[in-house]
Design a protein around this ligand. Structure first.
Ligand SMILES: Cc1cc2nc3c(=O)[nH]c(=O)nc-3n(C[C@H](O)[C@H](O)[C@H](O)COP(=O)(O)OP(=O)(O)OC[C@H]3O[C@@H](n4cnc5c(N)ncnc54)[C@H](O)[C@@H]3O)c2cc1C
Ligand code: SF4
Length: 326
């Protein structure tokens, strides 16, 4: 690990201002950043600790929604009675991620900003456009079993690894931020994570130094919540494919449905037109198959990850059937 200096920020605006210093980086739970520093993939010269800013509460909003502080730990968020009752998909997605010990440290803000798990991003002997713009992408012709099948570019085929972000996408969460000048901004989660395009090293719409202060959830929507994650091990493994679904149905008919997907793309994947087409449709295999067609429009495998296309179809159907079962 390279040497770095350290400071503890006093307020969110001070943290954002300190994060603008050359080579500075915010540190929350440190469960991703410290691993990247040990491998010298990230080499910050200065760490700004945001653990004592008081951003660790979950507040009920007057509209019935929730405001989740950026420093709320993944374990605390998953266990919150309001989250378990009204946003069960979020609680389930969180509990499907990492391990108990990691969730005790990992934070809401840090989880949204965790980096990809692409093997070549972690291997500094291999070319990676995300690590070093213009270097090339070792995954394209390499072992790309965990990689993306939609929204890819010829620069990068990495996926976003977060389970929590997939649930937040289906819930239409909004990210609240503060900049170094104290300006505040609200970013819909749909616009927060980027596709790789020709700048895979730019992963979100955050500006330099901009800090996440909280995430808000709109009032709960009707329907049964399901989070289904397919992975290589039952714990401590990232999603090959995951589905976050909220389906409101009765008597075999769908009133409304929302679905977001992990393991498919550089960002949580959602195709709202497919959800609109489900409203009023029968809750049956033909409907799930049409939804999968829309979700997978333009999908392509890169060899080792070809299996994700049929896997997504099966996982979507299984999650949807679970969501409409009595
Ligand atoms: C073995 C292992 C298995 C895992 N499995 C899973 C899994 O199955 N599913 C899953 O979703 N995750 C998994 N994770 C990832 C884990 O969830 C993340 O490491 C964690 O959520 C990151 O949160 P943190 O607070 O520790 O972030 P940190 O490591 O502190 O920070 C991560 C990044 O976010 C930035 N940052 C942090 N907070 C803010 C803020 N408020 N504003 C602006 N920038 C900020 C930091 O500068 C840094 O760049 C796993 C991790 C490990 C090590
Ligand atoms: S897929 Fe993206 S992260 Fe992985 S090697 Fe290619 S450029 Fe790097």
């Amino acid at each position: 690990m390279k040497a770095f200096s350290y400071e503890r920020a006093g307020t969110p605006a001070q943290a954002a201002a300190a994060a603008l210093k050359p080579g500075a980086k915010l540190i929350a739970g440190g469960t991703n950043l410290l691993d990247l520093m040990k491998l010298q993939i990230e080499t910050p010269a200065h760490l700004v600790d945001i653990n004592r800013l008081g951003l660790d509460t979950i507040e009920t909003l007057s509209n019935g929604g929730l405001r989740i502080g950026a420093m709320v730990r993944n374990s605390d968020l998953a266990a919150d009675a309001r989250v378990r009752r009204d946003y069960a998909v979020l609680s389930r997605a969180l509990l499907a991620g990492a391990s108990g010990q990691l969730r005790n440290k990992a934070t809401t803000g840090g989880n949204l900003l965790q980096r990809t798990r692409c093997y070549y991003f972690y291997d500094t002997s291999k070319p990676c456009n995300k690590r070093q713009p213009g270097a090339g992408c070792a995954a394209m012709q390499g072992y790309n079993r965990i990689h993306a099948i939609v929204g890819t570019s010829d620069q990068c085929i990495a996926t976003h690894p977060s389970d929590m972000a997939v649930a937040m996408r289906v819930l239409d969460a909004e990210i609240e931020t503060v900049s170094a000048t104290g300006n505040r901004r609200v970013i819909p989660i749909a616009d927060f994570h980027r596709l790789p395009g020709d700048m895979p090293h730019v992963e979100t719409s955050l500006m330099p130094g901009e800090m996440i202060t909280s995430v808000t959830l709109p009032p709960p929507v009707p329907g049964r919540h399901v989070y289904r994650k397919v992975r290589d091990r039952a714990s401590y493994a990232f999603a090959l494919v995951s589905v976050a679904a909220i389906v409101d149905s009765s008597g075999g008919r769908i009133r409304s449905a929302r679905m977001a997907f992990g393991g498919l793309a550089h960002k949580p994947w959602r195709v709202e037109a497919a959800e609109t087409a489900l409203a009023g449709a029968s809750a049956d295999e033909a409907s799930w198959s049409r939804t999968a067609d829309a979700v997978l429009a333009g999908a392509r495998g890169f060899g080792h990850n070809d299996f994700k296309i049929p896997l997504l179809r099966r996982t979507l159907a299984a999650a949807a059937n679970e969501a409409v079962s009595a």
